[in-house]
Design a protein around this ligand. Structure first.
Ligand code: MG
Length: 345
């Protein structure tokens, strides 16, 4: 039994079931770092997922985590103080900070013997339907993924290549499911973007995420003002402070724990978005059931759920949330609701 808070961490390579392509990159793995916080016989789990288009790497996360000294905190219940200290160590490092934030919330809620949603004074999240992601792929692979996703209620389609209309036509030849479209900054011209959004609006598309580069602020504002569909910020918004940049130029935001530095700030961002009357998507990177189970605890507050990370990977080393026909079921265990699976083969 330890009576101090002990942080440990190790790199983990998340393997994808299928090659995943978005407008900027193609990949088969996502590097991550998994964390544990121990106190008095209890263990909290967290993770930092590190997709290659972000700045953080396993090395940078491990370097940042190595700088954390929790010896000044006698017990883990001062979540705000501990996370303020961690945030003050260095700018950036959002995923590394999230890995500690998630483990700390897990630890504290386990000690208090409550599921995480109760810590945030929320009711148990129910009737949660996540979208399922379809990357930019060959017709054969899109077909295969549509088969895998046939019981889902929403699909998230990655666009931003020369095949955008073909991909939508192919999907529409197989299913009428409502679609979220994510362009990952892939379109260049605002007028062309508007033309394709007007076309998409007739195809049961519900929203368009990050159509243009986050640098094109005036173009995005124009597009949002003229678009028949909500325009959602993803790459444009990381943390609470970014609201000043995005609040008048988008219709909504995609909040992810890896961007927000974890649960504490994600919750504040959700509250701020509601106050600003922005629509909210709760999303994830390619993550195991650890970080995604944590995020699900906040899902009753949001408009759209895009939490399919664990479905895309083949070496999930946590057991937590489950999926059935596109519906997410949350575990009732205390904390973020996960068990670590040891001795993975
Ligand atoms: Mg996105």
């Amino acid at each position: 039994m330890s009576e101090k808070i002990e942080l440990s961490f190790e790199p983990y390579t998340i393997e994808l079931k299928h090659t995943f392509a978005v407008s900027s990159s193609v990949r088969n793995i996502t590097p991550s770092v998994q964390t544990e916080l121990k106190y008095n016989g209890s263990t909290g789990y967290g993770e930092a997922s590190l997709p290659p288009y972000l700045e953080e790497t396993q090395e940078s996360v491990i370097l940042f985590l190595s700088k954390i000294d929790l010896s000044g905190f006698k017990e883990p219940f001062q979540i705000e103080e501990i996370l303020n200290y961690i945030d003050s160590i260095e700018e950036g490092n959002n995923a590394a900070k999230a890995a500690v934030d998630i483990a700390l919330h897990d630890l504290v809620c386990k000690i208090k013997n409550i599921p995480l949603y109760k810590y945030f004074s929320l009711s148990k999240p129910e009737n949660l339907f996540t979208s399922y992601s379809i990357g930019i792929d060959s017709d054969e692979m899109i077909d295969k993924k549509l088969n895998e996703a046939r019981d889902f209620k929403f699909l998230k389609v990655k666009l931003g290549s020369s095949r955008d209309k073909e991909i939508i036509e192919l999907i529409r030849s197989k299913t009428e499911l409502p679609l979220y479209v994510d362009v990952n900054q892939g379109w260049k011209d605002k007028s062309e973007a508007l033309r394709i959004i007007e076309w998409l609006a007739g195809k049961n598309v519900l929203l368009v995420e990050q159509p243009l580069s986050k640098e094109q602020i005036d173009d995005i504002a124009w597009l949002t003002a003229n678009s028949p569909l909500p325009i959602i910020a993803d790459e444009s918004v990381q943390r609470l402070n970014d609201f000043e940049i995005i609040k008048d130029i988008y219709s909504g935001i995609n909040i992810k724990l890896m961007k927000s530095t974890g649960l504490r700030e994600a919750f504040k961002m959700i509250m701020k978005a509601k106050a600003e009357e922005l629509k909210i998507m709760l999303g994830c990177m390619v993550e195991t059931s650890c970080a995604v189970s944590a995020a699900v605890n906040l899902a009753s507050l949001v408009d759209w759920i895009d939490l399919d990370g664990p479905l895309l990977i083949k070496n999930d080393n946590f057991k937590g949330l489950t999926y059935q026909d596109g519906r997410i079921k949350i575990s009732d265990q205390p904390g973020i609701g996960v068990e670590k699976i040891s001795n993975m083969i």
